[in-house]
Design a binder for this molecule. Structure first.
Ligand SMILES: *Cc1c(COP(=O)(O)O)cnc(C)c1O
Length: 221
C-alpha cells in the first residue's frame, strides 16, 4: 500500500483526539512530503543529525518529535526546533535542557520516558525513581513536562495490554497531583504493531513508522 493509503486507513481507525505521529526515521524527504501532503504535521525522528537535515528541507509548520535517546552534547542543536521531546530519560539530560533552553530564552516541552518493563536495553525512568525525577522537574523553569512516554517490551497482546495499563495508571495518579512545571496531558504509547491496543488502554499519542512508510532498511543508510 502507498503512504497515502496507509495514512488514510490509520486516521480512519483512530479517534480524532489521538495524535498520530509519523515516525520517519531512515526515510527520505520525499516520503515525508507524501505524508505531509496527506495532512500529517507531526513527524518523529530519533537521531539529531537526521532530524536537522530534514528540518532544513521541509515546511516550517511541521511539529517535530524527538523520540530517540538524546545525548546531552546534542541538546544545543535542537533548541527552538523540536516541538516535543519524548525521550527525557535522566536528570542529567533534564539539567542540560534547562541550561540550553534558558540560554536561548526558550521553553522545552518534554515527556518523561518510563521504562515500564525495566529493560536494561532501553533507557527511561524506573517507576520507583519517578518521585525523585519529578522533584528535579519542579526545579526547572525552561523545561515543561507535558506527560509520559513509554516503549514496552515485546510480547503478546496480553503482555502489551498489561504494560500499557500500568503506564496509564501512573499517568492517572500523577494527573491528580499538583506540580510546578508538570502537566499530565500527553500519554505517548503505541507503535505500528500495538497502537490499537495502546489507544484502548488510554494512549492519546501514537508513534507509527513502518505502518505508514513501510519497512525500514537500515543497510541503505
Ligand atoms: C522507531 C520507533 C517507533 C516506530 O516504530 P514502528 O514499529 O515502525 O511503528 C516508535 N517509537 C520509537 C521510540 C521508535 O524508535
Amino acid at each position: 500500500m502507498s503512504i497515502e493509503e496507509n495514512i488514510r486507513k490509520i486516521k480512519n481507525s483512530i479517534p480524532e483526539e489521538v495524535t498520530l505521529i509519523a515516525v520517519s526515521k531512515t526515510k527520505p524527504v520525499e516520503d515525508l512530503t507524501a505524508a505531509y501532503n496527506q495532512g500529517i504535521r507531526d513527524f518523529g525522528e530519533n537521531k539529531v543529525q537526521e532530524f536537522l537535515d530534514k528540518y532544513d528541507k521541509l515546511p516550517k509548520d511541521i511539529k517535530w518529535h524527538l523520540i530517540g535517546h538524546l545525548q546531552r552534547n546534542k541538546v544545543k542543536y535542537i533548541v527552538g526546533k523540536v516541538h516535543l521531546i519524548h525521550s527525557l530519560d535522566s536528570i542529567r539530560l533534564l539539567e542540560e535542557l534547562e541550561k540550553h533552553y534558558k540560554a536561548g530564552e526558550m521553553m522545552a516541552q518534554a515527556l518523561i520516558q518510563i521504562n515500564i518493563g525495566k529493560e536494561e536495553s532501553k533507557t527511561g525512568i524506573y517507576q520507583e525513581d519517578i518521585e525523585e525525577f519529578l522533584e528535579a522537574c519542579e526545579r526547572c523553569n525552561n523545561v515543561k513536562i507535558k506527560g509520559l512516554m513509554t516503549i514496552i517490551p515485546q510480547g503478546d497482546e496480553e503482555s502489551c495490554r498489561n504494560y500499557f495499563k500500568e503506564t496509564k495508571a501512573i499517568f492517572e495518579q500523577l494527573k491528580l497531583r499538583k506540580f510546578n512545571n508538570i502537566h499530565m496531558d500527553i500519554l505517548s504509547m503505541g507503535m505500528t504493531g500495538d497502537y490499537e491496543i495502546a489507544i484502548q488502554e488510554g494512549s492519546n499519542m501514537v508513534r507509527v513508522g513502518e505502518g505508514i512508510f513501510g519497512k525500514r532498511n537500515y543497510n541503505n543508510k
